[in-house]
Design a protein around this ligand. Sequence first.
Ligand code: UDP
Length: 406
Amino acid sequence: MKVALVSEHANPLAALGGVDAGGQNVHVAELAKALAALGHDVTVYTRRDSATAPETVTTDAGFTVVHVPAGPPCSIPKDDMLPHMVQFGDFLADRWSVSRPDVAHAHFWMSGIATRRAAERLDIPHAITFHALGEVKRRYQGAADTSPRDRIPIERELACGAGRVIATCSDEAFELTRMGTDRARIAVVPCGVDLDMFGPTGPTLRRPTEQQYRVVTVGRMVRRKGFATAIGALAHIPDAELVVVGGPEAGQFEKDPEVVRLTRTAVRLGVRDRVRFVGQVSRENMPSLLRSADTVVCAPWYEPFGIVPLEAMACGVPVVASAVGGLLDTVVDGRTGTLVPPRDALSVANAVNRLLADHSLRQSCSAEAQQRAHRYSWSRIADDTVRVYSRILRTVSETTAVGESR
Ligand code: UDP
């Protein structure tokens, strides 16, 4: 099958951990790789955000990345990309009229706009994975939500226009249904984890501190990831250090407003000496860092999916996670870790303390976490995704056949 993945802001080749580079970049890169490994011809279309980026890159993983000229060739916040989606869509239409994909798959709502513009013009079946929904973001972020004004109604329309909407967890399927999407057109296919990279054995980062225990938290440096909750919890967890992973590249790190805010919180709570901000960590170094943790805390306010808990679980590390979004599907309370209410530092602390105090509980959670993570291999996710594409193509050919027999 010839597959076009459209991911306007999340480039599969980008460094991770900044404000706009995280799970979606990983998802698109790994899905593209796994689809290519199944023998499909995969091209990822992403916005060109550097004047020196070549138009086309052929990756070692067997897929191609096309940097689409839409807007200035420099980095811009994802929420400012909307005006460039017409140009993006026209580029796709030009390309696809010469080299037509069998199916197009948009990632994030703005990619949905560009994809639909091109796909409808050329009658190409398409799917969409939202990765995050404007409705949910508005609910939790309120006035701090910087999304363009019309995001919510546009998402509703995109969900109706796509051949299938691929939700990454049960909670998202529920949200989509609430938005008015026909349940029969929603497929749930989760994100995955690279099980060759993330596993219980392999190098483990040495602990340079005096503390007995290590708690790790990982994510893009944005408020809703709940790093403040993890720092608040540390005040009730004796004899542990908290390693905070993510944020801008070295050099800009100390100036980052979120890092400054979190540092102040740590000082105010008297735990500054036990919180280590390590900034962006590369993909290659992430497994050894996760393996060095006694537990990984994922304390977001809300979470469309959350790949980090799966990565920790694959490494055999129990996870203490907010009971929200995709974490409700991946983390099994009491078996692979603990689910706690969001924005509740004391509940996080209690759950972490219980794990740290009970070695056999940590061991049983570790074993179950590894087992559970194995359900989420990218090859399985790619298989499920292809099944969704095939269903869309079948529906199109059945509709065409009915039309012709009339
Ligand atoms: N990540 C990374 N280095 C960092 C911070 C994050 O490699 O410094 C990776 C992390 O391991 C995970 C992804 O970025 O694979 C974050 O995905 P998740 O779904 O947890 O969060 P999102 O970014 O989608 O909100």
